[in-house]
Design a protein around this ligand. Structure first.
Ligand SMILES: *[C@@H]1O[C@H](CO)[C@@H](O)[C@H](O)[C@H]1NC(C)=O
Ligand SMILES: *[C@@H]1O[C@H](CO)[C@@H](O)[C@H](O)[C@H]1NC(C)=O
Ligand SMILES: *[C@@H]1O[C@H](CO)[C@@H](O)[C@H](O)[C@H]1NC(C)=O
Ligand SMILES: *[C@@H]1O[C@H](CO)[C@@H](O)[C@H](O)[C@H]1NC(C)=O
Ligand SMILES: *[C@@H]1O[C@H](CO)[C@@H](O)[C@H](O)[C@H]1NC(C)=O
Length: 341
């Protein structure tokens, strides 16, 4: 016994302990497995639930494309209107998820910082790869300015960027809890581009009357997907930099595509007669360039500042061919020497 070195004693003791531990493990392996499962469940599952799944859910939401198929602004009143949006959301369908209903804020994204102009309740959407979301809602106008800014951009630009943003929750199939997510999409809408293509056909002139002495059919192209109930609209007319009268369009509702309305006007006769017969405008042979800018918008007795001011922001150019109407009155369209020879 005495020749056993202390080192060996230790080794023997250690190996005895090892085999003892091995036996313990063999008998209690299930406890270790259970422990491992508990640790895995406690640590890994929440990690998946708290980090991976929400990230996947948010990624799914980020990857989805929102398409605006149509927007209508109807029943327009001074302090409210009814907005309807038809839209389509297309998502990658590898993850089945539901997006909770949420309040989305609509921003004009062409300005920095983006300007909130309306709020819409979006309904809950299910997990299908492609889903239409149609909402109709009355919107109370708390501030005319942002709405006017949006309408100005819509009417005067070729395109306008709209951001729709809101906090929501996502439910992923098979997991009972939901995860917070941000719905944030920016869409580009075609604008009315300052009424590019505006024209008047069949103009009719009354040379005797000082008021209601012009009418015709106005053609207003609307390349956007928006329907706008504007109402009774008055424009100020300019010719050669001077105010020459007012133009009226009643019951103006712009639908996507081409729109035609009856229009009438009170026009000062003298500047027009002079232009038709004197240099330089007589060279145009009756095709005179006018400018229009919005003056009043009243819909069923309600003043609509958010359309009136948007229409007043710019001049819309329009060339009216008066040759036929003027010739019908027996007035020759030709350059005549100024009487002050
Ligand atoms: C939405 O779609 C419905 C059904 O096609 C249609 O009647 C409605 O006018 C559309 N609304 C808008 C705002 O585009
Ligand atoms: C939603 O709008 C689309 C047009 O964008 C239309 O085809 C669909 O029928 C509408 N759905 C409902 C329920 O109005
Ligand atoms: C306006 O149009 C009508 C036809 O709708 C025509 O009879 C009338 O003479 C026109 N008025 C003026 C002032 O040109
Ligand atoms: C429109 O044109 C007229 C005449 O040139 C000018 O007096 C007026 O200020 C212009 N309006 C706008 C909004 O630019
Ligand atoms: C437009 O004006 C006419 C004539 O004053 C009126 O009869 C009509 O109700 C008005 N329309 C709207 C939409 O306000």
């Amino acid at each position: 016994m005495s020749n056993v070195k202390p080192d060996e004693v230790e080794t023997q003791t250690a190996s005895a302990a090892t085999s003892k531990r091995k036996g313990h493990f063999k008998r209690f392996w299930w406890a270790y497995l259970l422990g491992f499962i508990v640790v895995a469940t406690v640590v890994v599952v929440p990690l998946v639930l708290l980090v991976a799944v929400p990230r996947i859910a948010q990624q799914r939401l980020n990857g989805a494309t929102l398409t605006i198929d149509g927007i209508s602004v109807r029943n327009t009143q001074t302090n409210s209107f009814v907005m309807a949006i038809n839209s389509t959301i297309e998502a990658d369908d590898s993850v089945y998820a539901t997006i909770d209903a949420f309040e989305g804020t609509l921003y004009l994204a062409d300005v920095d910082p983006p300007l909130a102009f309306a709020q819409i309740e979006f309904p809950r959407t299910t997990s299908s790869a492609m889903q239409t979301i149609n909402v109709t809602q009355e919107i109370q106008i708390s501030d005319q300015n942002p709405l006017t800014a949006f309408n100005t951009a819509l009417l005067s630009s070729a395109s306008v960027k709209v951001q729709i943003k809101g906090n929501t929750h996502i439910h992923v199939q098979g997991i009972s809890r939901s995860f917070p997510a941000i719905f944030d999409k920016t869409v580009t809408l075609t604008g009315l581009n300052n009424f590019d293509g505006l024209s008047i056909s069949d103009p009719s002139i009354n040379a005797i009357s000082a008021t209601n002495n012009f009418n015709g059919t106005v053609h207003i192209p609307n390349p956007s997907v928006l329907t706008l109930e504007i109402g009774n609209t008055t424009f100020t007319n300019y010719f050669n930099g001077e105010e020459i009268g007012q133009t009226y369009i009643n019951n103006l509702v712009l639908y996507p595509g081409d729109n035609t309305f009856f229009t009438s006007a009170d026009i000062a006769q003298l500047p027009i007669i002079n232009a038709l017969t004197q240099e330089p405008f007589c060279e145009l042979q009756g095709r005179l360039p006018f400018q229009l800018s919005g003056k009043d918008v009243v819909n069923n007795g309600q003043v609509l500042p958010y359309f009136r001011d948007a229409l007043a922001t710019n001049n819309q150019s329009i060339t009216i061919d008066l040759s036929e109407a003027v010739e019908n009155l027996g007035i020759p369209i030709e350059c005549v020497a100024s009487s002050s020879n």
